[in-house]
Design a protein around this ligand. Structure first.
Ligand code: SF4
Length: 283
């Protein structure tokens, strides 16, 4: 497999037994499919999951099912402190696309600590049909490889792997969510906030409770751009978001005539057009 990260080649060990093989699982479909895809090719793979403590129950359930398919344990790592402690450290400033301290502190740092100074091949589930970039470690002892790109496996290929293995898609896709990661992730689309409120109202309330004025300067940070979750949950606003989403799906179905409207509206057969999110949380 080829590498895409800078590496001090002279230091990379010739003895392959000195190199660890690690696959970080997010609870999402791509990393799960990659684990299944490589199950019989990389025998000494270490599977890890960085638990933020703010994941959906669906994620834990999916990881347990995946362990059964892999016949291997997935090591759960934590980052030694809670999200709430970190939030205090960051002055009550909720993470966002431009202030992504959450990924750094809750995903990347625990990963690098788990690897330490060992030489490691890090298997990343970016598909052949996406141009995604994101947080991956650039430590010289960690080498990232992208097997799906090398094997030409795209969105439908991932679905096939999951279906053929009997694992299937992650449970949250059944109620219209497209991403793994924290239930309050700021990368969610508005429709996903609506779905969260319908499916897990207590998590919605918990997310909403974070949107409060900062004790020091009175600033309020919202998860969802400039719209608060209190505004978004008004029935007329939720209905409007539902309608906007339905119309967008119809437009998408017209552009993809080989798919039925039901498939498109179901959201399970169509690759999201724009993949926002971080590699460590949402692959
Ligand atoms: S899932 Fe979202 S909120 Fe959670 S760590 Fe990742 S980017 Fe941050």
């Amino acid at each position: 497999m080829t590498t895409e990260t800078p590496i001090q080649e002279s230091k990379w060990p010739e003895d392959p037994t000195l190199v660890r093989h690690v696959l970080s699982l997010s609870g999402g479909k791509d990393s799960a499919a990659l684990a299944v895809h490589l199950r019989d090719r990389v025998r000494n793979m270490e599977y890890i999951f960085h638990d933020t403590g703010k994941e959906l129950p669906d994620t834990y359930e999916y990881l347990e099912r995946l362990e059964g398919k892999l016949g291997a344990k997935i090591v759960r790592t934590t980052f030694g402190t809670t999200f709430d402690d970190l939030l205090r450290q960051y002055g009550g400033m909720l993470p966002s696309n431009h202030r992504r301290w959450c990924t750094r502190m809750m995903k990347l740092k625990p990963f690098e600590e788990y690897i330490g100074d060992d030489f490691c091949i890090n298997y990343v589930g970016i598909r052949a049909d996406e141009e995604r970039v994101g947080y991956i470690s650039h430590k010289p002892n960690i080498r990232a490889v992208f097997p799906f790109r090398e094997d030409g496996i795209d969105y439908e290929g991932v679905q096939r792997i999951l279906e053929n293995s009997g694992l299937g898609m992650p449970p949250y896709t059944e109620w219209g969510r497209t991403r793994s990661g924290c239930f309050f992730c700021f990368y969610q689309q508005k429709i996903e906030w609506v779905r969260l409120k319908q499916r897990y109202p207590t998590y919605y309330e918990e997310a909403k409770a974070y949107e409060k004025p900062n004790r020091v300067n009175g600033n309020v940070f919202y998860w969802c751009g400039d719209e608060s979750l209190a505004q978004l949950e008004r029935p007329e606003r939720m209905a409007q978001i539902e309608e906007n989403w339905r119309q967008a799906q119809e437009r998408l179905a017209k552009r993809q005539p080989n798919r039925s409207l039901a498939e498109t509206l179901g959201g399970l057969k169509v690759a999201p057009r724009r993949r926002e999110g971080c590699l460590l949380c949402q692959l």
